[in-house]
Write a protein that binds this ligand. Structure first.
Ligand SMILES: Cc1ncc(COP(=O)(O)O)c(C=O)c1O
Length: 426
């Protein structure tokens, strides 16, 4: 296809896009900025700004401590109940708390204690490092008989499912996987892998950070045991916004948090000296929730429900397929290669584009010479330009512009103007 035809495809798709009006609900001080990093930090919703101002002035400023009863105390559970339908969970199974790492610690620790006698935890080499670090810490404290084993990958895109199958055995206490892997965007078959874990007597804990709000997730339908995830990516909750956790209802009496803070206590304001865990999912709270950050997540959760996850997924798949087409036709001849599954059923909502000079190319995209658009993707070590597709605000034309600009940067060797040395946050 010629460049003109590919561009026309994008223009037509944007015109037909029923989700297009949602783009106007986001703050866009530079209307020409192409932001392809919503899978790392979602854009700011206009409503979130208002909500933060209202919480600061009305709730904190005017009502002061009265707001705990009126607005704040129930907020972690109330927002958890709003996230629940987005991940296929039921009311009372999800709560917002802490960050993903801490939630993973609490649930993995609780799961290992429940599965006493089994000493193996299984994950994969595509998992986000914090998950592995947290597990390593838990297992170090649990004793030398405990081990973490990782299924590998043959192509850095797909996990080795045969190896995963072999590793999960009758000594496996817990399987911990990211439903959508952070680099390649591989999307696990939630039901199949949950069933595999269960047939060997293992529990499964899914990290939904790259899945929540991006792909339909059916935790209850799959019988999944535990899950965690962040709210600053597709949920547009803002930098460092609190995470969420899910515990299947029947497991709640069996899985205990090792962080027995007062917000998870049955009656925190009785100030008893002996801890009794709350009966509800509130038992997984630790200390005082970060109320302003928590409140800022609500508009991002609401807008996903309003747009409808099926609609968002359909657009995300169409956009990823369009991007892969551009990649094959325009970038592969210049030495780039796809770093994500080609099969849409097994891909989340981002596409990895690989090139040995990826870091410098990303810098050239972010810091353009005058007259060129500014484009913000993600760089992921060692060679990935990660393009996040956020159907609430990503347009087809933006994808076309991004690929054209990458071509230009390659063909005119613009990337050579940028050092190979990485900044602290990439
Ligand atoms: C899959 C996954 N898990 C966990 C995290 C880290 O979560 P947190 O910083 O909330 O602990 C990230 C961060 O990007 C992630 O992508």
């Amino acid at each position: 296809m010629s460049s003109d035809e590919l561009y026309q495809l994008a223009c037509n798709a944007d015109k037909e896009d029923r989700l297009a009006p949602f783009r106007d609900r986001f703050y866009k001080p530079d209307p020409d900025l192409v932001y392809l990093d919503g899978n790392s930090l979602g854009r700011l919703l206009l409503k979130t700004s208002d909500q933060l101002a209202e919480m600061a002035h009305d709730q904190w400023g005017e009502k002061l401590i009265e707001s705990w009863n009126q607005h704040w105390y129930d907020m972690p559970l109330r927002l958890g109940n709003k996230i629940a339908p987005l991940i296929g969970a039921s009311e009372g199974e999800v709560i917002m708390a802490d960050n993903t790492s801490t939630n993973l610690y609490k649930l993995a620790h609780g799961a290992l204690r429940f599965q006493a006698g089994r000493t193996k935890v299984v994950s994969d080499t595509l998992n986000f490092p914090t998950d592995l670090y947290i597990l390593q810490g838990i297992l170090k404290d649990a004793g030398p008989q405990y081990e973490l084993v990782l299924a590998g990958t043959k192509d850095d895109i797909h996990p080795d499912l045969e190896e995963l199958d072999q590793l999960i055995d009758n000594n496996t206490a817990l399987v911990v996987l990211s439903l959508v892997t952070f680099k390649s965007g591989y999307l696990y078959d939630l039901e199949k892998i949950t069933r595999l874990a269960h047939t060997r007597g293992a529990l499964i804990l899914w990290d939904l950070s790259h899945a929540a709000g991006a792909v339909p997730v059916g935790l209850n339908e799959a019988g999944a045991d535990l899950a965690v995830g962040c709210s600053y990516k597709y949920l547009n909750g803002g930098p460092g916004s609190p995470a969420f956790l899910y515990v299947r209802e029947d497991l709640r009496p069996k899985i205990h948090s090792p962080v027995q803070g007062w917000f998870g206590e049955e009656n925190p304001f009785r100030f008893g000296l002996q801890y009794t865990a709350a009966c509800s999912v509130r038992k997984y709270l630790s200390g005082t929730p970060p109320i302003l950050s928590l409140g800022a997540t609500e508009p991002g959760i609401d807008i996903l429900a309003e747009a409808g996850l099926e609609n968002l997924r359909n657009k995300s798949v169409r956009q990823s397929e369009y991007l892969l087409k551009l990649l094959h036709e325009k970038l592969v001849p210049l030495g780039f290669s796809p770093g994500s599954p080609e099969n849409s059923d097994r891909r989340g909502s981002h596409v990895a584009i690989r090139h040995p000079r990826a870091y410098q190319i990303c810098q050239a995209l972010i810091h353009p010479e005058p007259g060129n658009p500014r484009i913000i993707p993600d760089f992921r070590d060692p060679d990935i330009i990660r393009v996040g597709i956020t159907p609430l605000y990503t347009t087809y034309t933006e994808l076309y512009i991004a690929v054209s600009r990458i071509r230009d940067i390659m063909q005119n060797k613009v990337y050579l103007k940028f050092p190979e040395e990485r900044k602290t946050v990439t």
